[in-house]
Design a protein around this ligand. Structure first.
Ligand SMILES: *Cc1c(COP(=O)(O)O)cnc(C)c1O
Length: 407
């Protein structure tokens, strides 16, 4: 079993009340993860998690995160509108090849702007102004590693500025009235390496401190962004966030000594909600040709990660936990696209038609990566609320939604 789950009775009840397929999210699990994260970093007075909206852009979830003290990390006009709808006052706006009016909108909402490129300075100056504090996105190039392995390859990444550009940007920004800055980098995705955050922190602390010394603009925060992983496979280990936060603290002290005015910020998406979501689907077809294909009523339009990255998502069959995994299946959706498979050569207990299948860890980059290929429509979202009751927080799309944009 994966590290986080719910009793089968919850999945069964949900599937009896709401037609499959749908994503189900657990409010209590999400809250607990945020509380643990905030507790782990409580040594840093200014610590704040800005939840990455793109991971699960549903206002009900975003409101819950704000209640737990989170801000929001937005990267588009619609994500800003979502933040506005939930009255979010702490917004990080991560620019990347951004239309200029989105800078103006983010500035009007009081967002901290995370500049991706040196050319963004001019755009920001002319669209809302640079303000007094900005964040700068750093790209160190090359590869980024743990003690023994490569964690990410920033040299191949489109994001951020080089070290000399960071200095140049700060000098320009200072002349425009900026007095404080933060520094940001996201150098890995789904990293379970417990050295990732500490090593990134050490790099950003050092780079930020040098830039402060060189330019006289005060370093006010360091944004460690997202990228911390979750255990998708049953044998994967959960990242020990307390140990990670303690290692970040050691790097902080090593770099800043007794100075305590630098806030740590995070923009975790996957880590916060990923394990607390499930795609609930039903077995519809069994096809035996050269392999055995189990067709379900969800498809890659509901969860793209397996088709797009070959990502592993654990699958369990409701009512059959503990039964031997004695049957080999490719679990497929209905798209006319051969990569529409949730699992390839997966051992499961023997599945009967109508069985409820639970695809685990869909709480981040699940629904939100959905699309409408083949005219398949996006599914609904259900929330298991704090009081244990189920609530639909987004209806399924209808053909009318699909046709709504046609002229
Ligand atoms: C995607 C993204 C995140 C969140 O990434 P996770 O892997 O979900 O933690 C955070 N910040 C930025 C700028 C991003 O693009």
């Amino acid at each position: 079993m994966p590290n986080f789950s719910l009793p089968d009775t919850v999945f069964e009840e949900a599937a009896s009340r709401f037609p499959t397929p749908f994503h189900l999210y657990d409010a209590r699990g999400i809250r607990q993860t945020v509380r643990d994260l905030n507790a782990a970093f409580s040594w840093n007075e200014g610590f704040k998690e800005y939840y990455a909206v793109k991971a699960l852009p549903n206002p009900h979830i975003l409101s819950l995160l704000i209640e737990e003290g989170c801000g929001l990390d937005c990267a588009s006009e619609v994500e800003l509108l979502l933040a506005q709808r939930v009255n979010c006052r702490d917004i990080m706006f991560s620019a990347n090849a951004m239309p200029p009016h989105e800078f103006a909108m983010a500035r009007a909402m009081g967002a901290i702007i995370n500049l991706d490129d040196i050319s963004d300075i001019e755009t920001l100056r002319d669209n809302g102004g640079v303000g007094d504090t900005v964040c700068l996105r750093f790209n160190p190039g090359g590869t980024f590693g743990g003690d023994s392995d490569i964690i990410g390859s920033p040299g191949q990444s489109k994001y951020g500025m080089t070290a000399p550009q960071i200095l140049e940007a700060l000098k320009t920004l200072k002349a425009l009235g900026v007095t404080g800055f933060g520094i940001h980098a996201l150098l890995a995705s789904n990293s379970s390496n417990r050295e990732y955050y500490p090593n990134l922190a050490a790099l950003l602390f050092q780079t930020g401190l040098e830039a402060e010394k060189e330019t006289g603009v005060r370093l006010t925060f360091v944004n460690l962004s997202g990228g911390v992983g979750i255990p998708y496979r049953p044998e994967d280990k959960k990242v020990d966030i307390r140990a990670v936060a303690e290692s970040v603290r050691e790097k902080y002290v090593a770099c800043f000594g007794t100075r305590s005015d630098i806030a740590i910020k995070a923009e975790l998406g996957r880590y916060v909600t990923g394990p607390h979501g499930w795609l609930i689907t039903r077995a519809m077809h069994l096809k035996q040709i050269h392999k055995t294909y189990l067709g379900v009523d969800a498809c890659a339009a509901d969860l793209l990660r397996p088709a797009m990255y070959g990502a592993y998502h654990h699958i369990s069959v409701v009512g059959k936990r503990g039964k031997p995994d004695d049957t080999l299946y490719d679990v497929t959706g209905s798209l006319c696209e051969n990569n529409d498979k949730f699992a390839i050569d997966r051992r499961l207990p023997k599945v009967d038609m109508g069985d409820i299948l639970v695809i685990h860890d869909t709480g981040a980059h699940g629904f939100s990566m959905g699309y409408q290929y083949n005219g398949r429509l996006r599914s609904k979202e259900i929330l298991l609320q704090d009081d244990g009751t189920l609530k639909m927080i987004r209806r399924a799309e209808t053909p009318d939604d699909y046709f709504a944009t046609l002229l």
